[in-house]
Design a binder for this molecule. Structure first.
Ligand code: BES
Ligand code: MN
Ligand code: ZN
Length: 519
């Protein structure tokens, strides 16, 4: 699917030959100068209540003399906020589903003033919604009708902000769709080895490099927790290290850590059969890291990013790790594996320790970590856990802007009580209460030397039921955060460099936002 951006008035956009023409209509109306004969037609439709009030309400018209597109959909976007634009665009595309268009003109010029930030944000939201509503997974379904839409002309009101938002949307769509593709693939088509190959493909893009470690290297690193999870599977584990170098060499990177359990049976603590197939999505965190790197490859922001993916299958087997087994993590801390189904934290904890070597400005792990998070927050917001105020705020803000939101959860030390063990430095599970929080408390024990945040995406990474499939979340949030961070970095370096930054030996603490860490 190709997006193209042109500055056009509504009347001009209506004269573009296309299978369909979608007009986003804010409550403030079309601009009079712009609307031409469209306005009169629209006034009639509204007077007859053929176009109802309310964001998401649409009117479909066929072969209007005022448009060269065969079908025209006017979609109300209410106040024009991105969430309403997304809703309206999805509704408009829904009306076109019966005979899917190959070419589409999308007019967003009436939303917000020309050249305004509102207009740019609305256009971006509409583009993301067009992509989301037309996505089709075909890899293991040759009978599926692939996406028919191949050309989307975005007819906008112009301005440099619009061009930037357009480019961001194109990059995000690429990233989201790569994440969907890998998360949707069944486990036999998305093994740790295949995930590593996908990463290596991305490694060919500009400023990217990828290194893949196998069982021998991982053993050498002492990743006893990660290895324990992988030992029950015939599929060898992979530890994927991706680097995007968009900034100067000495600038501390952001590290993204993605849980890459390509299938989670639960191991010896076997999961029940119903819906177990959905555990193919348990590499949604890893997929979001791949997707975010795809977006970085497109957008080329001035920032350094490291992506770390521990990839393995969690299987029951004669060699599988058993409840009660004690393993030594890369950090030296020992763990009593009381439940082999709490495997995500085991592969992440060693990866967090590995992340220390990058002296990162921030480490964000992304994981389909707990069913408890699904109960707590459902599929609307991901769980956000962080003891770094600034980082938490930046991530929450990025999620809100990208319509890929998260919600801050607590990390009080009392929540760690249940992780105590008589046989190791900690157990890998606590009681039934606050399961999403106790999982985060476990991870926090391995992030003591890091400016860390954890996103539990168990509720948002995929949809169940008839619409079963990956969402591509939180690629939008992560990409937005990295673009924001690149902007913050650029701003911090244009005026005279703060003298303090050079004083600390630890570049990480000097360069990163948030609280400074004493000793
Ligand atoms: N991958 C699951 C989490 C999950 C479960 C995500 C259901 C989405 C839907 C994770 O590895 C897991 O099994 N977590 C356990 C932890 C428990 C044993 C403490 C859970 O949530 O049940
Ligand atoms: Mn599990
Ligand atoms: Zn899992």
């Amino acid at each position: 699917m190709n997006f193209e951006l042109k500055t056009l008035t509504l009347s001009q956009a209506a004269q573009v030959a296309a299978d369909a023409f979608v007009v986003l209509l804010p409550d403030s109306g079309l601009s009079a100068a712009d609307a031409g004969p469209f306005q009169q037609w629209l006034d009639g439709a509204i007077a007859h209540k053929d176009l109802e009030d309310g964001a998401g309400k649409c009117l479909l018209a066929y072969q209007l003399p005022i448009s060269r597109a065969r079908r025209v959909v006017v979609a109300r976007v209410g106040d024009g906020k991105p969430a309403n634009v997304r809703k309206a665009t999805a509704a408009a595309l829904g009306l076109l589903k019966g005979n899917k268009p190959n070419t589409l003109t999308l007019y967003s010029g009436a939303v917000g003033g020309a050249g305004s930030a509102e207009n740019a944000a609305a256009t971006r939201a509409a583009m993301l919604a067009v992509a989301d509503s037309t996505y089709v997974f075909t890899t293991t379904k040759p009978g599926a009708t692939p996406r028919s839409l191949n050309k989307v002309l975005v007819a906008g009101a112009g301005g440099t902000g619009l061009k930037a938002a357009f480019d961001e949307a194109v990059g995000m769509v690429r990233g989201i769709e790569l994440a969907k593709e890998w998360a949707n693939r069944p486990a036999n088509h998305a093994t740790p080895t295949l995930l590593a190959k996908a990463a290596q493909q991305l490694g060919k893009r500009p400023r990217m490099s990828v290194e893949v470690l196998g069982p021998r290297e991982v053993a050498k690193l002492g990743m006893g927790a990660f290895m324990a999870v992988a030992q029950g599977s015939e599929e060898p584990l992979r530890f994927i290290v991706m680097k995007y170098q968009g900034g100067a060499k000495n600038v501390a990177p952001v590290v993204l850590v993605g849980k890459g359990i390509t299938f989670d049976t639960g191991g010896i603590s076997l999961k029940p059969a119903p819906e177990m197939d959905e555990m193919k999505f348990d590499m949604g965190g890893a997929a979001s890291v791949l997707g975010t790197f795809a977006a970085l490859a497109d957008l080329q922001p001035a920032i350094n990013v490291v992506g770390l993916i521990p990839a393995a299958e969690n299987m029951p087997d004669g060699r599988a790790v058993k409840p009660g087994d004690v393993v030594t993590s890369m950090s030296g801390q020992t763990i009593e594996i009381l439940n082999t189904d709490a495997e995500g934290r085991l592969i992440l904890c060693d990866t967090l320790t590995y992340a220390e070597r990058f002296k990162p400005r921030a480490v964000i792990d992304i994981a389909t970590l707990t069913g408890a998070c699904v109960i707590a927050l459902g599929s609307v917001r991901a769980g956000l856990f962080s003891d770094e105020e600034a980082l938490a705020q930046q991530l929450q803000a990025a999620g809100d802007v990208a319509l890929d939101p998260c919600w801050r959860m607590p990390l009080d030390d009392e929540y760690a009580e249940g992780l105590k063990s008589n046989f190791a430095d900690m157990g890998n599970v606590a009681g039934r209460q606050a399961g999403a929080v106790t999982a985060a408390k476990f991870l926090q024990k391995f992030a003591q030397k890091l400016p860390w945040a954890h996103l539990d995406i168990a509720g948002v990474a995929w949809k169940s039921g008839a619409a079963k499939g990956a969402t591509g979340r939180p690629v939008g949030l992560l990409t937005q955060y990295l673009l924001d961070e690149a902007r913050r970095l650029a701003q911090a370096s244009t005026p005279a460099k703060p003298a303090k930054a050079a004083k600390s030996a630890k570049t990480a603490s000097a360069a990163r936002p948030g609280k400074s860490r004493a000793a």
